[in-house]
Write a protein that binds this ligand. Structure first.
Ligand SMILES: [Zn+2]
Length: 234
């Protein structure tokens, strides 16, 4: 039970985090932690943890860009500045093709936030009848363990379809456009169906990762996932 926190403890932790968030300005809060320089090719997967701390380079997406064809689930989302600019350029290009909007539902996630998502998933897996001993591993194939999510880097983005669910993004014209043109803007569909034995994550058509146009186009041309691309580079 690696991440077992009782529900009251979790609620208290979230309450404390919320209190800190409102009582300190973001600058003070970030100065109190070590900031980590995050390369856009940083590998975070079930076998490679994100280092403890807050990434450098995060910006508030709503404050940074104005783009009609990019709908944000809320105004508090953060991501890496370079990736946010690329996202806006991609959404603009989509609009010119009369495709979209692109609906962003999740970007940077802290390790604490991921803890809540993961525990939630473990509980749902148990409720669906999976034995408790297997529940953590089963949950981790769909929701990364805290510390092992690419969303900690600030370079990962989840999109939804018009109904707000991740699953429906796959059926949208925005998904088809991104699958065809996303690499030009530096984005890859990070967890393709045929690569799940290498990525350790199920097929997630809604999860895009920014790696920059050069790497993204190389991966698209050679049919490589990030793990394969980095191995080839080394
Ligand atoms: Zn994701």
């Amino acid at each position: 039970m690696r991440y077992a926190l009782s529900r009251p403890t979790k609620i208290a932790a979230f309450a404390l985090a919320a209190l800190l968030a409102v009582s300190l300005c973001s600058c003070q809060r970030h100065q109190a932690q070590a900031k980590i320089a995050v390369d856009k090719l940083m590998l975070v997967n079930p076998w490679n943890a994100f280092p403890q701390g807050t990434p450098a380079g995060l910006v508030n997406i709503a404050d940074s860009i104005q783009c009609e064809n990019l709908k944000l689930k809320n105004d508090a989302m953060l991501a890496q500045g370079e990736a946010v600019e690329a996202l806006a350029r991609m959404a603009e290009a989509m609009a010119k093709d009369q495709v979209g909007p692109l609906r962003l539902v999740s970007a940077y996630r802290s390790i604490e936030y991921q803890q809540g998502l993961y525990q939630n998933k473990v509980q749902r897996v148990i409720a669906s009848g999976t034995p408790e001993d297997d529940a953590e591993d089963a949950a981790a194939r769909e929701v990364a363990r805290p510390g092992y999510s690419e969303h900690h880097t600030g370079y990962a983005f989840d999109f939804s379809g018009a109904d707000g669910t991740l699953d429906s993004f796959y059926q949208s014209d925005a998904y088809r456009w991104v699958a065809e043109h996303g690499a030009q803007y530096g984005f890859i569909i990070r967890y393709p169906e045929e690569k799940s034995s290498i990525t350790g994550i199920i097929y997630e058509p809604w999860h895009l990762r920014y790696v920059g146009p050069e790497a993204a186009q190389a991966m698209a041309n050679q049919g490589l996932c990030l793990e394969e691309y980095l191995k080839k580079q080394s």
